[in-house]
Write a protein that binds this ligand. Structure first.
Ligand code: DX5
Ligand code: ZN
Length: 216
């Protein structure tokens, strides 16, 4: 079973609580939360207080995607704020193995994200110790970008390794997902699908989630 993880980056920030409730009622499986610091990526979003504030609007798992420098400094705070899964960029952390262990020791699921320019090879030895690998299919920082085609190959590479060393691994894909390409990323082995603009477009959240699910 694949899971749809709407990114609240495309939500109306002035009514974030209601938007989360709407996602909950509309068939979302996971809430994807994009945290950006203006350093690791050229955009700023929100931090722990916002995660804490929206926690009361749903029981769905919070998947916190940290696009920040020094992620280890903040993981404990995000767990306290209500994160269920935290993904950390390989490129943002010199000691990612330590950070993964820190997340797990604090009772949270842990994942690693790689940018389009980072090869799967860089993280292959970490696949057995994480709950999730997130393949970025756009350069992180903004919603509404075009899907990068070679991401499909990278998903297949992760799935091949995971079949041998971590059968429970969740493989997430993030960026530019639409009804036109969801089929091929799922066929490649992704099972958690992030979608921002495709979910919120035209305000038809329920219909959009159903349309994505209908393609797989
Ligand atoms: C990009 C974020 C994504 C983004 C996806 O840096 O990590 O989660 O919101 O948005 P769409 O689906 O519009 O590409
Ligand atoms: Zn994201």
């Amino acid at each position: 079973m694949i899971k749809i993880a709407p990114s609240i980056l495309s939500a109306d920030f002035s009514r974030l609580g209601e938007e989360i409730e709407l996602l909950d009622k509309s068939g979302a499986d996971i809430i994807h939360i994009d945290v950006m610091d203006g350093h690791f990526v050229p955009n700023l979003t929100f931090g722990m207080p916002v995660v804490k504030a929206i926690r009361k609007y749903t029981k769905l798992p919070f998947d916190v995607h940290l696009m920040i420098e020094n992620p280890a400094m903040y993981v404990k705070d995000f767990i306290d704020a209500g994160a269920d899964i935290i993904t950390v960029h390989y490129e943002s952390d010199r000691h990612i193995d330590r950070t993964i262990n820190l997340i797990k020791e604090n009772g949270c699921k842990a994942g690693i994200v790689i940018n389009p320019g980072t090869a799967v090879d860089a993280i292959k030895h970490l696949i057995p110790i994480v709950d999730m690998i997130l393949i970025m299919s756009v350069n992180p920082g903004f919603g509404g970008q075009k899907f990068i085609e070679y991401s499909v190959e990278k998903i297949k590479e992760v799935r091949t390794i995971a079949d041998k060393v971590n059968k429970d691994l969740m493989i997430e894909v993030d960026g530019g997902i639409t009804t036109d390409n969801i089929g091929k990323v799922v066929a490649a082995g992704a099972d958690v699908i992030v979608a921002g603009s495709a979910v919120f477009s035209g305000g038809k959240v329920k219909e959009n989630i159903a349309a994505l699910k209908a393609e797989v």
